[in-house]
Ligand binder design. Structure first.
Ligand code: ZN
Length: 648
């Protein structure tokens, strides 16, 4: 079911980009724009800017740019329609229920189709768990044994897959899902017969397993984790969906959808290892918990948590060797400016077993009493093993200082130096000089890097900055510059009418009908203008900013913050009077089109000259000369129209 145009318009009208982005990052007002540290890449000084007047954002570090809808799509990993649903919800606009399986798959994009298939599979596994004999006797009783209540089973959409090769496969195909989609969603495995290439069979990936659906931040099922219950040495205990268009293991945390609100409220996120840890804690009333499910924590996952809190508490399983192995990963969390606390459990206990033993309230008390900040925890852990061995101790000191050096905040660093010096019984100054060595070394390495990072424009949205922008693209040929300028005018002023019935872009389309744009991206953009027009749509900034092609999107954003922007500071600074572009639009587009035409004629004349130089046949020579004469005529006419003096 498509969302109607009226509703999309209504959502578009409600959007306040500062509000939308402000839900994810802290924006600071700077004159007529807002800045922040970019949520899409790692940085310590802000290069992410939002201009509310134009409804766009741009990061000068990683290049991400777009409007509020694009922002929601990128940060939450949503499709366009999903992002619109998100925004509708935010602004209290009613949208009819989402697409169901009888949607025409060809119309929907692939991502959306995958989500639909995955949703179907989730329902299928749930149904098997609840209604099938095998699901009940094996799956359901396993969950009950673990102490999961019915409402917990429902909250996490838990399910069961039958011990059959084609259980889900047959059912889904019968209901009209394509084999291709089932395969792409990672639900079905394709097997070719080695002897007979034409013989291909498909079978269920998950068989005889309890199913843990993995949700994205907005609650859509994007993958499954599955645990086998039989003891079968040939099968892995846990099996996960493969990476797909919608599932990137390193970017998601298990339980984030169910936990995010509580993480924000508690201003803390518990990090555990397994699905059952997450679920048991939830059931005990501790909801701010997620799992990295087996993999070591990635930067993307830390960034995901940092949208909701800067405090992470890692709940470790008992095993010391495992704890030590994961230590290096934690430096990365420190690097992102987050506070890390650590809790360990008595031997042979994990968060799941321990919370079931103690109950929620006691468990919370235990955490409160036994949590240590990561640095002191690490120091104590390593020191234990170095007793009486000064060489080992020196190594530990370096190791700890290395961790502290990752903390971006100087005050926090100072506190840790003090604490560690007490713990390790060494002079604080020793730690600090060790720290200085590390910093010095890092800076030297930085100097030797081949290409230094490009200097970011200090203040792109500052009106004065726009002066430099012209110099920034010296490589742009004149033709390219004019092609760009024409598209810039279209994107900025698509709805504006030049005359009674003619819009600016309609005028342009008429005028440039027989000109081939030289620059690939502008030629493509012009084609889009034309096809939007042919389809009765307005090729406005929204169309380009929301375009699927990132190159097109970024180009459009750049065009919206272009050098001709009116800015009062120019006048003051240079004592010149600048009229608003809007007031002069007809004249501007008229002369721009003429100039582009003239440049094209000059280009053809050049070409013609080259061809004449290449000793053409007499016949060809005559033909070229005629073309030359005609071109020259057009050139002079255009020059006259431009009011220029004819040179030579
Ligand atoms: Zn960025």
């Amino acid at each position: 079911m498509a969302v109607s145009k009226e509703i999309l318009d209504k959502i578009n009208e409600s959007i306040d980009i500062v509000e939308v982005i402000g839900d994810f990052v802290t924006l600071k007002k700077k004159g007529h724009y807002y800045s922040a540290c970019c949520p899409f890449h790692n940085e310590k000084t802000p290069s992410f800017a939002v201009t509310p007047a134009k409804g766009i954002y741009k990061c000068f570090g990683c290049g991400k740019a777009g409007d509020a809808i694009r922002f929601v799509m990128d940060i939450e990993g949503l499709s366009y329609i999903e992002a619109m649903r998100y925004l509708a919800k935010k602004y209290g606009i009613d949208i009819p229920e989402g697409p169901t399986k009888d949607v025409d798959f060809h119309k929907q994009n692939e991502r959306e189709s995958l989500l639909i298939v995955l949703q179907y599979a989730k329902n299928y596994f749930q149904k098997i768990l609840q209604e099938h004999d095998e699901g009940q006797s094996i799956g359901y009783s396993y969950f009950k044994e673990r102490g999961f209540s019915d409402s917990t089973i429902k909250k996490f959409d838990l399910g069961y897959s039958l011990e059959e090769w084609e259980g889900l496969f047959k059912q889904a195909v019968k209901e009209g899902f394509s084999i291709e989609m089932l395969e792409k969603a990672g639900l079905v495995v394709r097997k070719e017969n080695a002897n007979d290439k034409n013989s291909v069979r498909h079978y269920d990936r998950f068989r005889a397993r309890v199913i843990f659906p993995i949700h994205n931040v907005t609650g859509k099922v994007i993958a499954f984790g599955a645990r086998i219950l039989k003891t079968d040495k040939s099968q892995p205990k846990y099996l996960n969906s493969p990476e797909t268009e919608v599932y990137h293991k390193s970017k998601i945390l298990y339980g984030i959808y169910q936990a995010k609100q509580s993480i924000r409220q508690e201003d803390n996120c518990f990090l555990v290892e397994g699905y059952t840890d997450v679920i048991s804690l939830h059931q005990a009333g501790i909801e701010n918990v997620v799992a990295s499910s087996g993999t070591s924590l990635t930067e993307d996952q830390v960034r995901l948590i940092s949208r909701y809190t800067i405090n992470i508490t890692i709940l470790y399983d008992g095993d010391i060797a495992g704890i030590k192995a994961s230590m290096r990963g934690i430096d990365m969390i420190l690097e992102q400016g987050m506070n890390v606390n650590v809790v360990t459990f008595p031997d042979s206990e994990d968060p799941d077993s321990y919370v079931r033993k103690l109950g929620g309230e006691e468990f919370k008390k235990y955490i409160k009493a036994s949590k240590k900040d990561f640095i002191s925890f690490k120091t104590a852990l390593f020191l234990k093993e170095t007793e009486g061995d000064p060489v080992k101790k020196a190594g530990v000191i370096r190791e700890i200082v290395e961790s502290i050096s990752k903390i971006p905040d100087a005050i926090k660093r100072a506190i840790f130096f003090k604490q560690c010096s007490a713990l390790m019984e060494i002079e604080e100054q020793t730690l600090i000089s060790e720290y200085n060595k590390i910093v010095l070394k890092k800076n030297q390495e930085k100097k030797h890097e081949d290409a230094p990072p490009p200097d970011l424009p200090p203040d792109f949205f500052n009106p004065d900055y726009e002066l430099f922008q012209e110099e920034k693209k010296p490589e742009m040929t004149s033709i390219e510059a004019h092609e760009r300028e024409i598209l810039r005018l279209i994107i900025n002023y698509a709805p504006i009418k030049l005359e009674e019935s003619k819009r600016l872009y309609e005028y342009v389309l008429e005028q440039v009908e027989d000109i081939d744009f030289h620059t690939d991206i502008y030629r493509r953009m012009l084609e889009m203008v034309k096809s939007e027009h042919d389809n009765g749509n307005l090729p406005d900034k929204g169309f380009f900013i929301q375009h699927n092609d990132e190159k097109i999107r970024n180009e459009a954003v750049d065009m919206l913050v272009s050098k001709y922007d009116y800015s009062p500071n120019w006048e003051k600074k240079f004592k010149i009077f600048i009229t608003k572009e809007e007031d002069n639009l007809a004249e501007i587009i008229y002369s721009c089109v003429l100039k582009l035409k003239k440049l094209n004629v000059m280009f053809l004349l050049e070409q013609n000259k080259e061809q004449l130089k290449n000793n053409p046949s007499e016949e060809e020579q005559i033909r070229l000369m005629m073309i030359y004469t005609n071109l020259k005529k057009v050139d002079m006419e255009l020059a006259k129209m431009l009011g220029n003096v004819i040179s030579k």
